[in-house]
Design a protein around this ligand. Structure first.
Ligand code: UD1
Ligand code: UDP
Length: 365
């Protein structure tokens, strides 16, 4: 089979790594980078650390308004698909790169497979919600990380081509967690000790583009550090760095703003954090998998299993609610149940692509 994989943003490089490895063992993959993320710390570092082959094509689209960015990607991806004529177009997650690739493919009648299908926040103000709903409805194969996602697709009438495979981010995490412990010296570099710090990330428009929300989150971080006496480390997404500069907002005492870190440093920081505060989708799951308490700085989450198990609490951007969750909440004593799969999602995805293409199943391994 020939597969064109389209990625463009940080979490997609991480999601694609295990699948790309499994695919290339038996098939031909053309890796297309849209260029949505382009800073070395948002892109190159992941290719190097996760052993992802360099992109065969980099479209160099860069930043822009949603319409401009998605439209430029759509035109450029169409050219690639016309030249490559793949058996499958493989897309990940819910970014503008995901939607552009799915649209380009469906308009050329090229089969589309969507990894991380069936996620819903039911918040149509989020760009990701449009992207994932539209991509799911374009896709021929829908690879779900959880049973919840399978059920949400069924509620929209999508049952054909749906496969529960587990979460590819858990594949990536399992493949790199020990390596992160061995290779990363990030704690020493930052003067941190295990359990002696909190970790945070903030990049959603709901938080970065509403000044009151960004101010409220930073005020909460300052109070939490003051009450708990532990520093908070915040690897800053470039979107957030830009907004902080525009607002002239400086970090409260004990809050260390650092550049975005590579995947191994991030896994190392997550594993030893006393608590994680984030609006990231992927980091909520990583916190859960490492059994680190998580506070979600959004009004809702797609990863409801983490909340049901008691390891995540959704608080939005309200200062008092964030502080209360961080300082007063009791967290579960037992390990979180493995709801995101067994770390073997990539193999199932390759097998399902082969079966749908008419390739007989190999011997069970
Ligand atoms: C995108 C995704 C979001 C995902 C996130 C992962 C969409 C609509 N959003 O959000 O779902 O959670 O990636 O990190 O696709 N910038 C740089 N350097 C870069 C990349 C971005 O400086 O390498 C700055 C630019 O000012 C840009 C802004 O960040 O305008 C936002 O980047 P963009 O890719 O549009 O959205 P993200 O917020 O990264
Ligand atoms: N990540 C990273 N370095 C950072 C911040 C995040 O390696 O400085 C990783 C994180 O471990 C997770 C993924 O990037 O695997 C999540 O990406 P992000 O939060 O940008 O996007 P989302 O998951 O919200 O779409």
């Amino acid at each position: 089979m020939k597969i064109v994989t389209v990625v463009g943003a940080r979490p997609q490089f991480i999601k694609a790594a295990p699948v790309s490895r499994a695919l290339r063992a038996r098939h031909s993959e053309v890796l297309v980078h849209t260029g949505q993320h382009y800073d070395a710390r948002m892109s190159d570092v992941f290719f190097a650390e996760l052993g992802i082959p360099l992109p065969d094509v980099n479209l160099g689209i860069g930043s822009g308004s949603h319409g401009q960015q998605t439209g430029r990607m759509l035109m450029a991806i169409e050219e690639v698909l016309l030249a490559e004529r793949p058996d499958w177009v493989l897309v990940y997650g819910d970014t503008n790169s995901t939607l552009a690739a799915a649209l380009a493919a469906v308009k050329l009648a090229a089969p589309v497979a969507h990894v991380e299908a069936g996620l819903r926040s039911f918040n149509r103000a989020m760009p990701e919600e449009h992207n994932r709903v539209l991509t799911d409805h374009c896709a021929d194969l829908l690879f779900c990380p959880t049973q919840t996602a399978v059920g949400l697709l069924a509620a929209e009438g999508l049952t054909a081509g749906v496969h529960l495979v587990g979460d590819v981010m858990v594949d990536a995490l399992r493949q790199h967690a020990n390596l992160a412990r061995q290779r990363s010296d990030v704690l020493a570099r930052l003067g941190l000790t295990p359990q002696g710090y909190l970790l945070a990330t903030v990049h959603r428009p709901y938080n970065t583009d509403l000044p009151d929300n960004l101010r409220s989150i930073f005020a909460a971080f300052g109070e939490i550090v003051a009450q708990g006496g532990r520093p908070l480390v915040l690897p800053l997404h470039p979107r957030t760095r830009g907004r902080l500069a525009e607002l002239g907002l400086t970090p409260p005492a004990g809050v260390a703003l650092i550049d975005p870190v590579g995947y191994l440093d991030m896994l190392a920081l997550e594993q030893d954090a006393a608590m994680i505060l984030t609006d990231s989708g992927g980091i909520q799951k990583e916190a859960y998998t490492f059994a680190v308490p998580c506070i979600t700085l959004r009004p809702e989450t797609e990863w409801v299993e983490t909340v049901q198990a008691g390891w995540n609490v959704v608080v939005g951007a309200d200062r008092a609610a964030i502080v209360q969750a961080a300082t007063q909440r009791r967290w579960p004593g037992e390990s979180p149940p493995p709801v995101f799969g067994d770390g073997q999602a990539a193999g199932r995805i390759v097998a399902a692509l082969e079966a749908a293409h008419g390739i007989p199943c190999g011997p069970a391994s």
